[in-house]
Design a protein around this ligand. Structure first.
Ligand code: HEC
Ligand code: HEC
Length: 151
């Protein structure tokens, strides 16, 4: 059986700091509903406004699925992401590939202590599955205190 353990590995906890905490509790409800049904509603500031624009203008071809929304919802989601998104780009994605938070230098650096094989565990499947390791992700906050890692 999977066992929930508190992370007390000395090296790892030494590198944890409150500086990286993310709170994104005040979500636009349309964004939370439409963009939080298949995965957690990702924190807006983890991508640049231009990168969000790239995502929301290709929702019919969204990482292998159709995530289209009606025009009214799209306008509201765009309004929210263009206000809450980062002013600067977070990835180096070019061409017609969609940007990913999980391929941004920030994400890779924040998670560089995690063994490559760990990402592929059955209960995690993908780095974008934030909630598999971060207890608060579904509720809109991530901090080292909510970290749950399963063996
Ligand atoms: C029908 C299901 C579905 C809906 C609805 C959906 N997505 Fe996704 N999204 C996915 C899948 C599948 C992936 C790829 C996940 C993976 O590779 O781990 C993804 C990935 C993403 C990623 C990249 C995650 C990463 O790896 O960094 C972003 C950003 C994203 N979605 C934003 C949105 C936004 C914004 C909306 C709302 C407009 C939305 N999604 C709605 C299914 C969905
Ligand atoms: C496989 C488990 C796992 C997944 C999946 C995962 N993380 Fe993490 N995350 C960690 C671990 C472990 C740390 C602490 C790493 C360190 O400090 O070396 C961390 C650190 C963080 C931090 C810094 C927290 C702090 O207080 O310093 C943030 C923010 C974060 N992750 C966001 C995310 C987001 C957003 C996603 C999904 C797109 C995600 N993580 C997916 C395991 C995971």
């Amino acid at each position: 059986m999977n066992k929930l353990i508190v992370l007390v590995i000395a090296g790892l906890s030494a590198s944890l700091s409150h500086a990286g905490n993310i709170q994104w509790g005040k979500l636009n409800p349309t964004y939370a509903n439409e963009c939080g049904s298949c995965h957690v509603p990702f924190p807006a500031r983890l991508l640049g406004r231009g990168e969000w624009q790239q995502i929301t203008s290709h929702l019919d071809k969204h990482f292998g699925v159709d995530a289209s929304v009606d025009d009214k919802s799209l306008a509201e989601i765009n309004g929210y992401l263009q206000q809450a998104g980062s002013a600067k780009a977070r990835t180096q994605v070019t061409g017609d590939k969609l940007p990913r938070i999980t391929q941004s230098p920030w994400f890779l650096k924040e998670h560089d202590d995690i063994a490559p094989s760990y990402w592929k565990k059955a209960n995690i499947k993908s780095p974008s599955n934030c909630g598999a390791c971060h207890g608060g992700a579904e509720q809109g906050h991530i901090s080292e205190r909510d970290l749950k890692m399963q063996h």
